[in-house]
Design a protein around this ligand. Structure first.
Ligand code: FES
Length: 343
């Protein structure tokens, strides 16, 4: 028996290793040829100190100079002493290159193309080796555009356990991937991508969560919801989904289904276009108040274009609320991702 440990490096690259309950995370990393930062290997220096964002573990023996009680209470551990009691997600204090590892390249076959509307396309892939891909709900990969020497970053819209993986793409005129998906893509095409990457992933839910999506920023939140459908949360989860026009609205039926499947899940949506048929016209900020933020006792996950991210941050500040945690990811059509956390 072994547990899965996700090692999330400072550059966002994530590697997954198997770790037995009787071996330390450092030993399992070494076996996987991943050189996480280590020095004394004895719980004395603190070099390996890492934040555990999900899961439970035995912290082993160490001295206060290596890890203070305060740090331990915040979730920090010493991988050279830590043995897992469940699957874990650890933030490793080094780049993947420093740990002599890198993201993995995967090959796949295009299995489905669904053109939701002129603005939004979804595609699904069957991997040559599905077992070789693990990811955390919310993460993304860099897809190589077929026939072009370019990559685009797309978040998984499918959950980590689904065999066929999928992505949601906003098409942009003249865009490399947009041109491929709208004009040339055929089921059976071969594609390549590298990943998983990103620090925007679902942490263990220990309080209510507010999920905020702008446009195809819905994708990583769909992945999180699929995960929560299998691991029901003990706290309410509310999603607010905003788009520009009615034709950008997708997966409302899927969200409806999740209200039946995920205990405590509710959602609302809005459309900025004043001519929209939607019940709520305007921006996601119109649907956020101190109640949806649980007066700060909420983890906020936001994925959308940069202006939306900034508008939401400003709105939360204007409400005088400081969420317990705030994770966000900004995306652009060229799909360079910026993932961050704010207090
Ligand atoms: Fe020194 Fe872990 S390597 S405390």
């Amino acid at each position: 028996m072994s547990f899965q440990v996700a090692l999330n490096f400072e550059d966002g690259i994530t590697r997954f290793i198997e770790c037995r309950p009787d071996e330390t995370v450092a030993e399992a990393s070494y076996k996987a040829r991943i050189n996480i930062p280590l020095d004394c290997r004895d719980g004395a220096c603190g070099t390996c100190k890492s934040l555990c964002e999900s899961g439970s573990y035995d912290g082993g023996d160490y001295i206060e100079e290596a890890l203070s009680d305060d740090e331990a209470a915040q979730g920090y551990c010493l991988p050279c002493q830590t043995t897992p009691l469940s699957d874990l997600v650890l933030r490793i204090p080094s780049s993947s290159a420093a740990a002599k590892t890198a993201a993995i390249t995967h090959t796949a076959t295009l299995a489905e193309i669904r053109r939701h509307s002129p603005t939004t396309v979804e595609f699904a892939l069957d991997l040559d080796d599905r077992e070789a891909l693990d990811f955390l709900p919310g993460q993304y990969v860099n897809v190589t555009v077929p026939g072009a020497d370019q990559t685009r970053a797309y978040s998984f819209s499918s959950g980590p356990d689904r065999r066929r993986i999928s992505f949601l793409v906003r098409t942009v005129p003249g865009g490399a991937m947009s041109g491929y998906l709208t004009e040339r893509a055929r089921v059976g095409d071969r594609l390549q991508f590298t990943g998983p990457m990103g620090g925007f992933y679902l942490r263990a839910l220990t309080r209510p969560a507010l999920l905020l999506a702008g446009g195809t920023g819905l994708a990583p939140l769909l992945s999180m919801l699929e995960y929560l459908a299998q691991k029901p949360p003990a706290h309410p989860v509310h999603l607010v989904y905003g788009v520009t026009t009615d034709e950008d609205l997708v997966h409302l039926d899927t969200l409806d289904e999740y209200t039946e499947i995920v205990p405590g899940f509710t959602f609302d949506h809005c459309v900025a276009d004043p001519d929209s048929m939607a019940r709520n016209k305007g921006f996601v900020t119109n649907l956020m108040d101190t109640g949806t933020l649980h007066d700060g006792d909420a983890d906020v996950y936001l994925c959308g274009p940069p202006p939306m991210v900034e508008a939401v941050r400003g709105h939360i500040a204007s409400l005088g609320v400081v969420p317990a945690s705030f994770h966000y990811e900004k995306f652009t059509p060229a799909a360079v991702r910026e993932t961050a956390e704010a207090a």
